[in-house]
Design a protein around this ligand. Structure first.
Ligand code: GAL
Length: 419
């Protein structure tokens, strides 16, 4: 009898502990484009945290750096009335989706979690639509980085550059040593990642804002912009012949294995070095893009939450939002992703020197008005303006006879037509 009682108690207790889980467990379908080795490791941390809470993770990964393909697929799904629970949406795109009424508000969760206190204002504002939280930030990437293979530099007798002149001097040395100077993938967003870093280096943060956020005609139609295109053309001369269509992570692999000396890329590239077991400062160097020291081109990764009908899935979606903002996720995701936490109260002790510098520079740039949103990564303007700029930059990059002055005029015209 006693034994039976104990057994009954044990069974009912174990049922009890499972009841809340089973009753509340739902499914989260998350759209993202984190498919490279490093990115996949990072997103896996979220999947595991959600599964630990009893929820089912439905991965909705659409390959393609910077997410152009993912956005196309998202539109099809949403229009057919079947959006995912969450999607990696950024900057002005968040506003567009919220304007169309697709996003659910997270104010209750945000209030309970004191999001207004733990997020820098700039990040909080990006997550809000008409004052309501509709997205949750995962981390902050910096675009204006230069990744260097120090062994290749040593072989070539090249010096780590701090100015654009030194950058080209290093490129010449690498070229002479038979090493590809600049690893690059010819895709519109990658071309524009270099272009916007050059705008920052040559024109500075104030003009960067005028060009990409305000699309101010006079700032775009300027001698400085002509110089930006001239410099882009020069960079084109240091890229290997097989660059067309190459994915960004394959370009990073060229720096990892010493085939190439440098890559201009956001710090998701660091996730590839991390996944390959490389140590910063030893196996590779992260150097602020020459000429952009003190400035910070930022790219906030965030998940926007779509309106759902199913109660269990709504609960799972709320848990997803809470999990993303929680300290454990902010730490482990960003350690794997190469970015820095979005929250301002995360202990950076476990992070490497690149991340520590990124955090310091982001905070300083924020104070000094030198933090600017990335155009290439959908933070600065609408997808229409972004597309218009992509077209001009990529056509220019691929045409050996392209003229920097004409490209500047085309930029003005193309932006006007997209407005
Ligand atoms: C960015 C995104 C990053 C990274 C990168 C390459 O737009 O914000 O998280 O994934 O694309 O795919």
């Amino acid at each position: 009898m006693k034994v039976l009682n104990r057994l009954a108690l044990a069974i009912s207790l174990s049922c009890l502990s499972q009841v809340p889980l089973a009753a509340q467990a739902g499914e989260v379908e998350v759209l993202h484009w984190w498919t490279s080795g490093g990115e996949a490791r990072a997103v896996d941390t979220l999947k595991q945290l959600m599964q630990k809470q009893g929820h089912t993770w439905k991965d909705f990964a659409v390959a393609g750096g910077a997410g152009e393909a993912a956005m196309t697929v998202l539109k099809t799904r949403a229009v057919s009335g079947n959006p995912p629970s969450a999607a990696q949406l950024k900057g002005p795109d968040i506003q567009e989706w919220a304007d169309m009424g697709f996003l659910t508000d997270l104010n209750g969760i945000a209030e309970a979690g004191k999001w207004n206190d733990i997020l820098p204002e700039r990040i909080a504002d990006t997550m809000k639509h008409d004052g309501d939280y509709v997205a949750v930030p995962a981390g902050v990437h910096r675009i204006n980085w230069l990744w260097i293979n120090p062994e290749a530099f040593q072989k070539a007798g090249a010096k780590v550059p701090t100015t654009l002149d030194e950058f080209f001097a290093a490129a010449d040395k690498l070229k002479a040593a038979g090493i590809v100077p600049i690893a690059h993938g010819g895709q519109n967003w990658q071309d524009t990642t270099i272009f916007e870093s050059l705008v920052m280096a040559i024109m500075g943060p104030e003009a960067f804002d005028k060009v990409f956020v305000e699309t101010d005609e006079n700032t775009i139609r300027s001698d400085k912009m002509v110089e930006v295109f001239k410099t882009l053309k020069r960079i084109r001369g240091y890229v290997d012949p097989d660059f067309a269509g190459r994915d960004w992570n394959l370009a990073t692999a060229m720096v990892i294995n010493g085939k190439a000396g440098m890559q201009i890329m956001g710090d998701w590239a660091k996730a590839e070095f991390t996944a390959a077991g490389k140590t910063p400062g030893k196996d590779y160097l992260c150097v602020v893009m020459p000429g952009t020291q003190g400035s910070f081109i930022y790219n906030i990764d965030s998940l926007a939450m779509f309106k759902l009908k199913d109660e269990a899935n709504k609960k799972a979606q709320n848990d997803l939002a809470r999990t993303v903002i929680d300290k454990p996720f902010q730490e482990v995701f960003n350690l794997n992703k190469g970015s820095i936490p979005a929250r301002n109260d995360i202990d950076m002790a476990k992070f490497d020197d690149c991340a520590k510098q990124s955090m310091q520079d982001f905070q300083a740039a924020n104070k000094e008005g030198k933090a600017e949103p990335s155009l290439a990564h959908s933070m600065a303007n609408t997808s229409y303006i972004q597309g218009a700029i992509f077209d001009v930059v990529t056509n220019f990059f691929n045409d050996p006879n392209a003229d920097p002055k004409k490209a500047t005029e085309q930029l003005v015209a193309s932006i006007k037509a997209a407005q």
